[in-house]
Design a protein around this ligand. Structure first.
Ligand code: BDR
Ligand code: CA
Length: 322
């Protein structure tokens, strides 16, 4: 199978790290660039997390890291540090002498898609600020992107940051609204019910992944622990993997068991339901603008993560605490 070229737009913490690992370690992946967007934890911390993840995979310097928008389009930044801590399980790496790319993330998205029109998929696993800014800057952008995979929203179900909203759409609802109206070929990987049912690993499964004891598996265990404890504290009985699932479904579409066309729109006016994703399933006379993933083969997804995390690597730089 020919490698699948894509760009990962990320607010790197916890499962965003796992998504990056798949982009490096899966032979089907051709990860061309990482663009950073404001989301989970402080912007500098997120960037350090992304560089450390590349290092664990032995790929520091192999994939350019572009710094994108440092806050949402209109509103102040909202963090998820209460959920993820530093997003890196307390691990750290000396970053002296390391350089991120000098070009802005939004400009990199515009340039890379102009250089390979119709070839690159974008996998967006944070707030959609960079993607919306690229649309605002160049309306022809959407037409150059092969497809856009989005982790965000809930499919007529509970949110996680509020009753109504999932974090990525809540943080920048204005951006999400722009993106769903821009004409991309969109696949949505929602939080509920999909992630909480099909991409949740029990403590026993986490121990199975850890048992290979590779540097990657040790890193995986460390970066997931804080979020696992948070999930358990709010009644979610396992480690949640929405971002790595999104990359996995691009690389291995056979993992999808059900998906359907929906008309998706985002609430950007109400404070009560800010970031709510209205997903209309075809009976309301609205034109579909996205494919929404409804279920995946969760056993195969777990096996895929377990085997990929067992990959033996030589970290590019030492990781303190690993
Ligand atoms: C999403 O929010 C972030 O905290 C996770 O990385 C994921 O992208 C889940 O709501
Ligand atoms: Ca994320």
């Amino acid at each position: 199978m020919a490698p699948i070229p894509f760009i990962l737009d990320t607010d790197t913490a916890q499962d965003d790290c796992v998504a990056i690992l798949l982009g490096i370690l899966d032979p089907v992946a051709d990860l061309r660039a990482i663009t950073m967007v404001a989301g989970n934890v402080g912007f500098e911390q997120q960037t350090d997390n992304a560089l450390m993840t590349l290092s664990v995979a032995g790929a520091l310097g192999d994939v350019p890291v572009f710094l994108g928008c440092r806050r949402p389009m209109v509103r102040p930044w909202v963090s998820a540090e209460n959920v993820h801590g530093d997003g890196a399980g307390g691990l750290s790496m000396e970053t002296s002498g390391l350089k991120t790319a000098s070009e802005h993330g939004v400009d990199a998205l515009l340039r890379l898609t102009a250089e390979s029109p119709g070839e690159l998929t974008i996998v967006a696993i944070g707030p959609l600020t960079n993607i919306a800014m690229a649309v605002v800057k160049d309306p022809s952008f959407a037409g150059r992107v092969k497809s856009l995979y989005i982790m965000g929203g809930s499919n007529n179900a509970r949110g996680n940051i509020t009753a109504a909203a999932e974090f990525n759409f809540y943080v920048d609802p204005d951006a999400a609204k722009i993106v769903f109206e821009a004409g991309f070929d969109i696949t949505v990987v929602p939080w509920e019910p999909l992630t909480v049912r099909d991409a949740l690993f029990s403590r026993e499964q986490m121990a199975e992944i850890a048992s290979s004891d590779s540097p990657v598996a040790r890193f995986f265990t460390a970066v997931c622990e804080t979020t696992l404890e948070f999930d358990e504290s709010v009644g979610i009985p396992g480690s949640s993997h929405p971002d790595s699932m999104t990359v996995a479904l691009l690389l291995h579409p056979e993992l999808v068991t059900h998906s359907a066309a929906y008309a998706v729109d985002i609430e950007a006016d109400s404070e009560l339901t800010r970031g709510y994703s209205a997903m209309s399933w075809g009976v309301h006379g609205l034109k579909p603008n996205a494919r929404v993933i409804e279920s995946i083969d969760s056993a195969k997804f777990f096996e895929y993560i377990k085997s990929t995390m067992a990959t033996v690597t030589t970290p590019s730089r030492p990781i303190v605490g690993l």
